[in-house]
Every structure is written in C-alpha cells, then in structure tokens.
Design a protein around this ligand. Structure first.
Ligand code: SAH
Length: 400
C-alpha cells in the first residue's frame, strides 16, 4: 500500500518540521528512464502493463533484479526480445554512485555513496561468523539533533528516495561478490546508519517491503530492523503497515535526562514512547523491542540509572542493547569503562531484563554507531560560521 504523497513525514518538533519540509528527490523529467530499483511489486506491474506487457512480467523482472542481481536487460533471457528492447529504451537500474570504500581491520567495510556534489551518505557491512549485517542510511544528515551523535552535527540535508535505500542493499550485494543461487552474504539489514527512518516514512516503508518480498531480497522480518529515536505517531503507523523488528534509542531512564540527550523526547516523553512500543509488539505479534542505550561516562551509566531502567522494562517484551559510546571530533562525551558497562548489564539482568553489550565494529574507519557523517569534502568549508569568517577576512583584509 502506498502512502499519500500529501502527508508530512516529519511529525516531530515544529523546528525540525520546518527544516525537513519537503526536499524530496526531484521528480525526473517526463522523458527520463524509469528507475526500476525500488518500485514496489504493484507499481512494477503497472509499469509492465503500460508497456503492453503482461503483469506477470513484473515477477520475472523482480526475480532478475533482486534474486539474481542482474542489471542488464539484455541478459534477462526469459523475457521476450521485444520487451527487453522496450525496457532498454524506457527503464534503467540507477544505483547510488560509490565515492569511496574503506575496510577495517575487523572485516567491516564502509562505503561513502554520493547524494550530490557536496553531500554523501554511508552504508556499513559487518561480517560475523553466523551472519552478515548491512547497516544502511535513510536520510542524508539528520534533524533529530541527538547530543551524542556525529550525524546530528551536520544537520538535515534530505530524505533518501526508495531507490537509494533499496540501492544500498543491491550495491552491497554486488560489491561483496554475491552470486545468484549462492549463499546469502547479507543476512540482516538494519536501518541504523545516517538519518531517522521514521522521519522518511513514505520512502522507507516501500523499501522495507522490497527487503521482505519473496521476489525481492526475501529477508526474514526478524532480520530487518528499523531503529528510531522515538517518533511515536509513526510507530503506530508502522504497526499498521509492515512487520519488521523494532529498535528504539532510549539512552536514559527518565524524561529530564532523555530530553537533553534525545530532544524528540520533549515532544514524545518516555511513557508515551513505551506505550507505542508495546502496541507495536501486540499488533505485530512480535517478540520484543530492542532498546538501545549508549553508555556515556558519568551521564547515564550509574547503578541507580540501571535500576530505574529495569523498573521501566521489567516484565515487558523488551531487551536492552548497551552501546559503548563511539567518540568523534568535538564531542564532550566519553565512553563508560568496560567495568561500568558490565556492571550496568548485570544489574539489568538481575532485575529480569534481558541485556547485551554491542561489540563495537569498524572503529578504525569511523564506521561505528553514531560516527557516520557522509563527508565528501571537509565540511568546515560549508559551515555558515566559516563562510562568515571568510567574508570578514575578505572585507577587512584580516589574515589568520
Ligand atoms: N535515528 C535512528 C537510527 C540511527 S543511529 C535512531 O536514533 O535510532 C543508530 C544507533 O546508534 C542509535 O541507537 C543511536 O542513538 C546510536 N548512536 C548514535 N551516536 C552514537 C555514538 N556516538 N556512539 C554510540 N552509539 C551512537
């Protein structure tokens, strides 16, 4: 089901809404080829019918595009020759362009993908013995302004299109050497890269459908995880639309602290957020919500805070994932020590709350949680402050 185009995607604070008002990807000119990547099954069927072809061609096309990772219409051997010629003339598979690739010592790989001449977004592949997780972005930048997140520092630039979201998984499969019929390389997809996925609802939900579709990437719903900072109305909408695993960035056990760390809390405080989470699990017949909790030294990591967190979550379908804070230039926060993190986890476990510590991966290439910034050029040159400085220097002949 598609979502009405007139809806706002940012039901957050008025300031954030103003900042994020509609810079959707511009519509292509009428003569442009249709990008088939990211078209939901029903729209692909309409496209095939419009080309005078049978709707079942859409199923064949999806099979080629997603199951076999094929991007050349002339190679799609079970499609009629005429239809392939029409496709070549009218359609294309437009992928995000790779700017750079970095590999970390632990096998983690990070790609910087072009959004425009100055901005980019990132995706990260994290290999483990029993799975391969791709962490993808949903926006260029982010408007939510969480105090401890590097992406927040750059502000919001634009929403990614469905094609750009789906394109990340397609591209990563190709980059990682996926072979049709071979083992899956990407077993899990997490929307934990740049951006707030629920603030880009209209483009994210169709992408999720393609991740789950058996003719799409055919991922299990438990292996596709959407992480949100807590956009409550959109959690209710998501519950009606699609069934994926939900992760929520909690980070504090009380409203006073959470409002400082995750400003969206001023609009949707903890009690409201937790209600939405329990509703989501009821509706989806899900197992549990994962609550992410970044461990900040001396800020949210005391035993009293662990006990307060346990009181919020004990007896509920919840598990806590403790994330050691990943520093970035300019931050005032520090990571809690390993001993403090372990103690915090043990207090939760003893109080009957399932808790794990997330292993930090890809730190040496700034690919860990909260370190993604989409840097194409040194952004100091595009910061307002530095422009003002430069203008002053020009006017007054000041030299540094
Ligand atoms: N906007 C979404 C998803 C992006 S971030 C959200 O807020 O959930 C994915 C996770 O990394 C979130 O839990 C986020 O709070 C956490 N995170 C952000 N910055 C971090 C940092 N510097 N160190 C560790 N975790 C961080």
């Amino acid at each position: 089901m598609s979502i009405g185009a007139g809806e706002t995607d940012m039901a957050v604070s008025p300031a954030a809404t103003a900042e994020c008002a509609p810079p959707e990807t511009a519509a292509p000119p009428a003569c442009a080829r249709v990008n088939l990547l990211g078209l939901p099954r029903a729209e692909l069927e309409r496209f095939c019918t419009a080309l005078d072809s049978k709707p079942y061609r859409a199923r064949q096309l999806m099979n080629w595009l997603y199951k076999r990772g094929c991007d050349r219409f002339e190679h799609m051997s079970d499609l009629a020759r005429d239809f392939r010629a029409q496709l070549s003339a009218r359609a294309e598979l437009r992928l995000p362009e790779i700017v750079t690739v970095q590999s970390a010592g632990d096998g983690t790989r990070k790609w910087l993908l072009r959004a425009d001449h100055a901005q980019a977004f990132e995706m990260v592949y994290i290999p483990e013995s029993d799975r391969g997780t791709l962490c993808i972005s949903s926006q260029v930048g982010c408007a939510l302004d969480c105090a401890f997140c590097a992406t927040a520092q750059q502000g919001f630039n634009r929403n990614l299109s469905t094609a750009e979201i789906v394109g990340q998984v397609w591209l990563a499969n190709r980059e990682l050497g996926f072979q049709p019929g071979g083992d899956r390389i990407i077993t899990n997809v997490v929307l934990m890269g740049m951006g707030e996925p629920l603030a880009n609802f209209r483009n994210v939900v169709p992408a999720l459908r393609i991740f789950l579709d058996d003719l799409g990437f055919d991922l299990s719903r438990r292996r596709v995880t959407l992480s949100t900072s807590g956009l409550v109305p959109q959690i209710y909408r998501l519950a009606q639309e699609i069934n994926v695993a939900l992760a929520v960035s909690l980070h504090a056990p009380d409203d006073a602290l959470r409002s400082q760390l995750v400003p969206i809390n001023r609009l949707h405080p903890i009690a409201e957020l937790l209600e939405a989470c329990w509703h989501y699990i009821d509706e989806q017949n899900g197992r549990s919500v994962t609550f992410e909790y970044v461990m900040l030294d001396g800020v949210n990591d005391s035993p009293a805070q662990a006990r307060a967190l346990a009181r919020l979550l004990a007896g509920r379908p919840a598990k806590v994932n403790l994330i050691p804070f990943n520093p970035f230039p300019g931050t005032q926060f520090r990571r809690s020590s390993d001993a403090v993190i372990e103690q915090f986890r043990d207090l939760l476990l003893r109080a009957g709350v399932m808790a794990t510590v997330r292993r930090t991966r890809g730190e040496d290439i700034d690919a860990a949680c909260g370190q993604l910034v989409g840097r194409v050029q040194d952004r100091t040159v595009v910061r307002l402050g530095s422009r003002v400085e430069a203008a002053r220097a020009r006017a007054g002949g000041v030299t540094a």
